[in-house]
Design a protein around this ligand. Structure first.
Ligand SMILES: Nc1ncnc2c1ncn2[C@@H]1O[C@H](COP(=O)(O)OP(=O)(O)O)[C@@H](O)[C@H]1O
Ligand SMILES: [Mg+2]
Length: 217
């Protein structure tokens, strides 16, 4: 489904990633692991069209996404859900409104917005939090809301950049379980982490990174 073939992507002043290759199947969950600066976020940015690719090709379901126009990038982003370490919720909006936002931006009818948002709250197990504000939630609950917001538009894939970075070990495992469940529904999940112990028992593919390149364990 996703192929990185010898990708090099640099920032104006710095190397981002170098000669990076990876194949990801639909519905697969893959971990990117490495210490700070290893290139994890840069790989996710390549898929989100957030960084210029200097060398190599990335294809998503056969479509070359390494050279897209601004308009094509906007279209691509509608198919991708993103989750961050710091949740990025809108503080003055309720949980419901935070989750509904991508649907409203895409001009869905109010009926669809209500239906789909309730459905996703139910699926992730937080319908009781619907009318709260982000400041009234635990960190784990806030991350669940951000997962709902990523899922509500039925994406092809989820990019999760250190989603457990601010969470305690128990809550981190809960978030991993949710992401695993999502991938089993056919949504590809690419998750970065610097926390080896969190994934030491996983049976999923782990991609090890160092100084912008893929390394053997
Ligand atoms: N906005 C940026 N501008 C310049 N260099 C950057 C920027 N973001 C990351 N880098 C550099 O790119 C390399 C990879 O960083 P990154 O992908 O953010 O690593 P990680 O997510 O694994 O911590 C590092 O050398 C980092 O300093
Ligand atoms: Mg990072």
């Amino acid at each position: 489904m996703i192929h990185f073939d010898n990708i090099t992507a640099n920032y104006s002043s710095n190397l981002g990633i170098k000669d990076f290759s990876l194949r990801i199947e639909k519905g697969e969950m893959i971990f990117l692991i490495g210490s700070s600066g290893a290139g994890k976020s840069t790989i996710l940015k390549c898929l989100y069209g957030d960084i210029q690719i200097q060398k190599g090709v990335i294809t998503l379901e056969g479509l070359n996404i390494s050279k897209l126009s601004e308009r094509q990038i906007q279209k691509l982003r509608r198919k991708i859900g993103v989750i961050f370490q710091d949740y990025r919720l809108i503080e003055h909006r309720t949980v419901f409104d935070n989750i509904a936002l991508p649907l409203r931006i895409n001009k869905n009818s109010n009926k669809i917005v209500q239906q789909r948002t309730k459905e996703i709250l139910q699926e992730i197990g937080i319908p009781h939090l619907s009318e709260r504000f982000p400041s009234e939630l635990s960190s784990g609950e806030q991350q669940c809301v951000s997962i709902c917001r990523a899922l509500v538009k039925k994406p092809l894939m989820i990019l999760a950049d250190e989603p457990t970075g601010n969470l305690d070990p128990q809550t981190s495992i809960e978030i991993l379980k949710i992401l695993d469940r999502i991938s089993k529904q056919g949504i590809t999940v690419l998750m970065s982490t610097h926390n080896h112990s969190l994934i030491e028992d996983t049976n999923k593919t782990i991609v090890y990174l160092k100084d912008g390149a893929r390394i053997l364990k």
